[in-house]
Ligand binder design. Structure first.
Ligand code: NAD
Length: 356
């Protein structure tokens, strides 16, 4: 076990084990091996992380730092992320099987998110509203307090960056709980936050499972805002939990999209994008084009081309540059997807290609 990497919690800029020493195994879905362990966050660990973020917000420099200095610190973090692109990308690839080239693309987008929000908060202006009777009404944007952010495994770093970057840019302090399937890149992000000089408590990382770690964050009345991306079922729990202390919630939940292809479409283009829509990231995208409606007149030709294009995708080792998609993110997810294929057949659907 000693050669396994370890991902602790990042609390007050220090990487720490769980108070009770609890850890869980982290799997590489491509090799089907345990390659790391992560700290299993308990309610007591969540308490520590919230207390740290609360103190940093109530007493620390960050919300009072001024927009220019905050932007500089976030750009320093973005610089470090850029320098560590390969490490961040490797972690997402090993953690959930995303092809390495795509993982590097995700890192670049995550860096841009930090830079975008660092600059945007400096330029964001409020409004003055015309009022009768001598009143003066205006709006301005300010921090809300402690933000609890909970993210999924399909874009481990990027989903987290969309939550952390706007939160800290506006002067909030944040606790991110990455998915238990993919703790690595977000923990490295927390380490880089400390290296970039973010004050202690501004960016805490709490590793662990949905319950107790995630639920202990959303239900705590010291948390002012909750942001969640994940499944619709969990989203309902998160919303109900945040409602117990009236914390506003943002939810990005399960989606999936329909593609419509009409008879007058440019078929090369339509086939290319229909294949991209469903197979990129092995279909593990909330807006994946998982339903395809094709006009009768072109159905046979479209299906033949779609099948050929799908079969031409190179499946394999996520570190091989030729690989277009690799394994699914976890055994649990594989079993879920396989059950959908079985259900489709049971309901009279025809499987045109593929199989394991
Ligand atoms: P999930 O809901 O199982 O888990 C998401 C996160 O919530 C994880 O960090 C998990 O540990 C945590 N969690 C679980 N139970 C919790 C609880 N009771 N309290 C607090 N936190 C809890 O989702 P998943 O399987 O990791 O992610 C895949 C889902 O995310 C898919 O449905 C996908 O469509 C969706 N998704 C949506 C978007 C979007 O922008 N709408 C983007 C990406 C993914």
């Amino acid at each position: 076990m000693s050669e396994l990497e370890f991902f602790g919690h990042i609390i007050d800029n220090a990487e720490v084990d769980s108070l009770d020493g609890g850890r869980f195994d982290v799997w590489n879905p491509w090799t089907r091996e345990i390659w790391a362990q992560a700290a299993e966050g308990s309610a007591a660990d969540a308490d520590r992380a919230i207390a740290s973020a609360r103190t940093a917000f109530d007493e620390g420099d960050w919300p009072r730092l001024g927009r220019v200095e905050r932007a500089k610190a976030i750009h320093r973090l973005a610089d470090l992320m850029e320098r560590r692109t390969d490490d961040l990308a490797r972690y997402d690839t090993v953690n959930m099987g995303k092809p390495f080239e795509q993982a590097k693309h995700d890192v670049a987008r995550s860096v841009r998110n930090f830079r975008f929000f660092a600059d945007h908060q400096r330029d964001n202006v409020g409004e003055v509203y015309p009022m009768d009777s001598g009143h003066h009404a205006y709006s301005e944007f300010g921090p809300a307090g402690v933000v609890a952010a909970i993210s999924p495994w399909n874009f481990p770093l990027m989903m987290a960056s969309w939550k952390i970057a706007p939160a800290i840019a506006w002067g909030n302090t944040c606790i991110i709980k990455p998915s238990e399937d993919t703790p690595a890149s977000v923990t490295l992000l927390g380490r880089l936050g400390a290296e970039a000089g973010l004050p202690p408590g501004v960016l805490n990382v709490l590793n662990g499972h949905g319950a107790p770690a995630g639920a202990s964050l959303t239900g705590d009345d010291r948390v002012d805002r909750v942001t969640f991306t994940g499944s619709s079922t969990t989203g309902k729990y998160v919303m109900a939990s945040a409602a117990t202390h009236l914390a506003p919630v943002s939810l990005e939940l399960g989606g999936k999209g329909a593609n419509l292809v009409f008879a007058d479409a440019d078929l090369d283009n339509a086939v290319y994008w229909a294949v991209e829509a469903i197979f990129r990231n092995a279909g593990q995208i909330c807006l994946a084009g998982s339903r395809l409606f094709v006009q009768d007149e072109i159905y046979d030709e479209f299906m033949a081309r779609f099948k050929a294009a799908a079969e031409a995708l190179t499946i394999g080792d996520p570190f091989d540059p030729a690989t277009r998609f690799s394994c699914l993110a976890s055994r649990r997810h594989f079993e879920k997807v396989a059950s959908y294929v079985d259900a489709a057949e049971a309901l009279g659907g025809k499987i045109h290609t593929g199989g394991v």
